[in-house]
Design a protein around this ligand. Structure first.
Ligand code: C2E
Ligand code: CA
Ligand code: CA
Ligand code: CA
Length: 286
């Protein structure tokens, strides 16, 4: 039988309902995720382009739900943002990261310091956190409580977050900078910031978005954009990080272009804590 327009309309409205229910279920489960210990951090190494020295790790949130399975952050972070949960979750991430950094100082040393003893740790901030008037005093209190030195904490903020409310963001970043933390612009090249704005923010690093890095050896436009971002960043006195480095050839070309820092699957995927500690010890021997 031919499907009537009414059947189709019914079908689409059922599909919409199903999606709404799925989202609601995810939100309900996420509300309990923190207290039920379902969230954890993975850590992805960041290396110097020259010498492949371990410089830092980026903390990336993971959610393993006993009901829904492993949910990627691209799915649950937006829900956490829309439902207001991101402040609690983001606060938890910051606290875990600082406590973990402090624990790395006490790792058995063997010959010389443990390779994780002096890295910086990067945390992604969401828009709601950046617009929270309590953010700066919360971070100040966290640093004092954990004993984490400010200059080893790096906050990653996307370009679009900055531009949405550039004036307020500039003030927040200035206050964070005054604490001594490091600031990076994440996913650089995908937003719409102008040179003038970039100059106004007191930032330390630009992270070239992985969508440009991934295909830069085969796509001339991506290569041109990556080179332009590196040159622009250097003009402003910033360090450049390329994310999404998946092969040796790309790493070598980025090094030749004077990109200072590299991150990507070629070196390591984001790793759970015990794997990261093993990776760092092994990497030092290379
Ligand atoms: P991001 O901050 O741009 O993080 C980098 C993402 O790229 C990570 O995905 C990482 O696993 C992935 N990646 C790293 N190297 C490569 C590579 O060589 N190739 C490819 N194809 N991908 C690579 P992940 O962990 O799924 O996180 C996705 C996004 O979720 C992050 O993007 C960030 O925006 C957000 N996110 C993760 N954790 C947090 C958090 O604690 N707070 C907030 N607000 N957002 C977070
Ligand atoms: Ca990031
Ligand atoms: Ca990024
Ligand atoms: Ca990206």
């Amino acid at each position: 039988a031919k499907t009537t327009g009414r059947d189709m309309a019914l079908f689409y409205s059922m599909e919409t309902d199903l999606r709404a229910v799925a989202r609601q279920t995810m939100e309900q489960q996420l509300r309990r995720a923190l207290e039920r210990n379902e969230l954890s951090l993975h850590y992805q190494p960041r290396l110097s382009a020259k010498g492949a020295r371990l410089l830092g790790v980026e903390a990336l949130l993971r959610w393993n739900s006993p009901v829904l399975g492993a949910i990627p952050p691209s799915e649950f972070i937006p829900i956490a943002e829309e439902s207001g949960m991101i402040r609690a979750i983001g606060g938890w991430v910051l606290q875990q990261a600082c406590e973990q950094w402090v624990r790395w100082q006490a790792l058995p040393q063997g010959q010389g310091a443990h390779p994780l003893a002096d890295v910086s740790i990067s945390v992604n901030l969401s828009a709601a956190q950046l617009s929270d008037p309590a953010l700066v005093s919360d971070i100040e209190a966290l640093l004092a409580r954990t004993g984490m030195p400010a200059h080893r904490l790096e906050l990653e903020i996307t370009e679009s977050q900055l531009m949405d409310n550039a004036h307020a963001a500039a003030q927040q970043l200035a206050a964070l900078k005054a604490l001594g933390v490091q600031l990076s612009i994440d996913d650089f090249g995908t937003g719409y910031s102008s040179l003038a704005y970039l100059k106004r923010f007191d930032i330390d690093r630009l992270k070239v978005d992985k969508s440009f890095v991934r295909d830069m050896l085969t796509n001339p436009a991506d290569m041109a954009i990556t080179r332009a971002i590196i040159a622009l960043g250097h003009t402003l006195g910033l360090r450049i990080v390329a994310e999404g480095v998946e092969d040796l050839a790309t790493a070598q070309v980025l090094g030749a272009l004077d990109c200072e820092e590299l991150q990507g699957y070629y070196f390591s995927r984001p790793l759970p804590l015990d794997h990261l500690e093993a990776w760092a010890l092994q990497h030092r021997l290379l």
